[in-house]
Design a protein around this ligand. Structure first.
Ligand code: SF4
Length: 347
């Protein structure tokens, strides 16, 4: 089994940290709102409304925002589970935006997802073995059942599952173990990028850190790149190299972890960070910023800056002109008129 694991590792491409594995340009995903007997389209829910970011090979990019901000839709659109409405997705040097389903075979292998709910994302009628062996067969990995079983058991062992449990069903495992099965399922095809859609938020806190540590170890071992979606900045704090903050379908700020946590520029990021509990007793806690009002509906987003209805620094220009993402300092991008040239800056 160890030999199979070594063989898998040797087939993995070397990590090149300066190379972009994923580039997202002006990505939009709108869902039609239909009503009436004829089900006519009356408008659109702008779940993702023109986001831009990139991920370097071998890094972890945290995509953060409150529930309903569009981050999960962004993840599903990037993996082409949803067809994009507009924009460009370049994965591993190839434009995959408009590829038809029948041409997505290789992409399905290279780009895998780990879902939030390990209870519903696994087929209750399939054993762990079937869950892991079937994709190997579909993608012609391993020449026979014996070899595929060895690969499956090797992956099970690597994610902390007893390989002798290969014939067990999902209900025979705990929540943390089921998420390990989900990770094994994503890993077994040797992907280049794994999109984790809140992969630990359904787990107990003690199990969360075990699964995060496992994902961290696997990244080094298998040269993986992660897009890690979370609703909480504290979850991605220790895990991400760079972080993007989303609000109402738009990207508010993208920065490396150090800049984002120590010098957040967007008022929304500042508010989110003020709600993160202290990770160390000596850490100076900033005053909590309470945002007024609720998140507006993505079916009827505010004009101009979509955050203007809740922003403590709102100016007239914010209500009319949508701010563009600008690189304020190396690797630190923000979409806010406070940081545009010729406007006020936060002191
Ligand atoms: Fe606030 Fe205006 Fe910046 Fe939007 S553009 S975050 S409303 S200051």
């Amino acid at each position: 089994m160890a030999n199979t694991s070594e063989a898998l590792k040797s087939e993995m491409p070397e990590s090149k940290h300066d190379e972009k594995i994923l580039e997202i340009k002006n990505l939009k995903k709108y869902f039609p709102v239909k009503s009436g007997i004829l089900q006519r389209t009356k408008g659109h829910v702008k779940a993702v409304d023109g986001i831009n970011f990139f991920i370097r090979r071998g890094e972890t990019f945290g995509l953060v925002g409150e529930s309903g901000c569009g981050k999960s839709t962004a993840g599903r659109t990037i993996t082409r589970l949803y067809d994009p409405t507009e924009g460009t997705i370049v994965f591993d040097g190839e434009d995959i935006t408009k590829k038809k389903e029948r041409h997505l075979f290789n992409l399905r292998r290279d780009l895998q997802m780990v879902y939030q709910d390990p209870y519903s994302s696994l087929n209750p009628r399939k054993t762990v073995g079937s869950t892991l062996i079937e994709p190997l067969k579909v993608h012609h990995i391993g020449s026979n059942l014996k070899e595929r079983k060895e690969i499956a058991q090797s992956i099970m062992q690597r994610v902390g599952l007893n390989p002798s449990f290969i014939n067990r069903y999902p209900h025979e495992f705990s929540g943390g173990q089921r998420q390990r099965i989900g990770i094994a399922r994503a890993l077994v095809l040797q992907p280049k990028l794994i999109v984790g859609d809140e992969p630990v938020s359904a787990l107990d806190v003690s199990v969360q850190s075990q699964v995060l540590n496992l994902l961290d170890d696997l990244q080094d071992e298998f040269n993986l790149t992660y897009l890690f979606i979370a609703h909480d900045l504290s979850v991605v704090k220790h895990f991400s190299d760079r972080i993007g903050v989303m609000y109402l379908g738009n990207m508010a700020e993208v920065a490396n972890k150090k800049d984002l946590y120590h010098e957040p520029l967007h008022p929304y990021t500042q508010a989110l960070l003020s709600a993160v509990p202290k990770s160390h007793p000596r850490e100076v806690k900033k005053d909590r910023i309470i945002l007024k009002g609720d998140i507006p509906s993505p079916a009827n987003p505010p004009s101009g800056c979509v955050f203007h209805t809740r922003c403590p620094y709102v100016m007239d220009v914010c209500k009319q002109v949508k701010p563009v993402m600008e690189e304020i300092r190396p690797d630190h991008f923000v979409a806010c008129h406070l940081h545009n040239e010729g406007t006020t800056t936060l002191s």
